[in-house]
Design a protein around this ligand. Structure first.
Ligand SMILES: *[C@@H]1O[C@H](CO)[C@@H](O)[C@H](O)[C@H]1NC(C)=O
Ligand SMILES: *[C@@H]1O[C@H](CO)[C@@H](O)[C@H](O)[C@H]1NC(C)=O
Ligand SMILES: *[C@@H]1O[C@H](CO)[C@@H](O)[C@H](O)[C@H]1NC(C)=O
Ligand SMILES: *[C@@H]1O[C@H](CO)[C@@H](O)[C@H](O)[C@H]1NC(C)=O
Length: 296
């Protein structure tokens, strides 16, 4: 469990402490769990030069198999500031059409000061969390997708402890309002320590390690996340393209990924980003229906 303020704990009687630890062991709040099987795309909006009206029309056409949509909306700014980005607001349209809505907290495009920003918000999380709760409730969002990505390779164990503590505090605050917390993670920075993250009350972790094209690496990294979070608290992130050369994933590439995800009983697939290419839809349809994957 990430360290928390010790001032109150001395006052807490043993039975309440035991209850709190039992709740902690359950790890996440049943009321904010994803429904059985979710496929959700991330919309990059202007940041990925998306054709937004066309992508909204695609989502509308496939809304029976896309329960959630995540989209660029907020940023982590300097000094722990909560930034509302000037991007097309897709939330109201998506909510009106019945999608679960997960605005992102992004660190894009500030890759350099990312770790600094992360350290700052971890040191002083309360104003940021208050702004987040206010904005999620104001716009009637389902929850949040935390996509704070500290620069690769740098960071210490202490940063990992602080970030897990920040996410735990954020999740507890959002759960009080029935809001669901999803967090994007991977293995390319020490700030994401899966052991520590698994001990938080975050509802769902979406691994971006499975963006990799290499099937050996994919299998290894998927299993790593599965071991840490278990199938019901894990989402597998997939890219629409081969990360090595930006070519579209073939049906065989897609089938390899969906077969492994189904075999592991993982209920959530995140797709970076819109538009979702046509060859994905038969696999998404089968995954959501719980039927056999299409033959190649
Ligand atoms: C961060 O906050 C400190 C103290 O309030 C201030 O001196 C500094 O200018 C701020 N930095 C930025 C980038 O806003
Ligand atoms: C949020 O939902 C409430 C209750 O349904 C509604 O009155 C309000 O207008 C909604 N807010 C927005 C920003 O859509
Ligand atoms: C992650 O955290 C666990 C639990 O504190 C620790 O045992 C492990 O060494 C950490 N991993 C890394 C790479 O720091
Ligand atoms: C694929 O990943 C494995 C395991 O990480 C690695 O040993 C191998 O060299 C990689 N293959 C290619 C073609 O990059």
């Amino acid at each position: 469990m990430p360290p928390r303020s010790s001032t109150k704990s001395a006052l807490v009687c043993a039975s309440i402490l035991a209850l709190a630890m039992a709740v902690q062991a359950v790890a996440y709040d049943a009321s904010t769990r994803p429904p059985q099987r979710v496929v959700f795309p991330w919309m990059g909006l202007e940041r990925t030069q998306e054709n937004i009206p066309q992508d909204l029309a695609t989502l509308q056409a496939h809304k029976d198999v896309i329960p959630w949509v995540s989209f660029e909306r907020f940023n982590l700014g300097p000094n722990g500031t909560f930034v509302i980005n000037e991007l097309t607001q897709v939330g109201p349209t998506l909510i009106a059409e019945g999608f679960g809505t997960f605005p992102m907290i992004s660190s894009f495009p500030d890759t350099n000061p990312n770790l600094e920003y992360t350290r700052e918000v971890c040191a002083n999380p309360d104003p940021f969390i208050a702004d987040l709760v206010f904005n999620l409730l104001k716009f009637n969002y389902t929850g949040v997708n935390v996509d704070i990505e500290p620069a690769g390779g740098i960071g210490t164990y202490q940063d990992a402890v602080a970030y897990a503590g920040f996410l735990d505090k954020l999740s507890r605050a959002l759960h009080q309002h029935g809001l669901t917390v999803t967090v994007d993670i991977a293995s390319w920075t020490p700030v994401w320590n899966f052991t520590l993250l698994a001990e938080t009350s975050v509802d769902l972790f979406v691994t971006m390690d499975t963006y990799t094209y290499n099937q050996t690496a994919w299998t290894h990294l998927f299993q790593k996340a599965l071991d840490a979070f278990g199938p019901h608290r894990l989402g597998a992130g997939i890219m629409t393209v081969n990360a090595d050369n930006n070519q579209p994933l073939s049906p065989a590439d897609i089938k390899f990924r969906f077969d492994a995800i189904v075999a592991a009983n993982v209920n959530v697939i995140g797709i970076w980003c819109m538009p979702i290419p046509d060859q994905f839809w038969p696999f998404i349809d089968a995954y959501m229906a719980g039927t056999a994957m299409p033959e190649l």
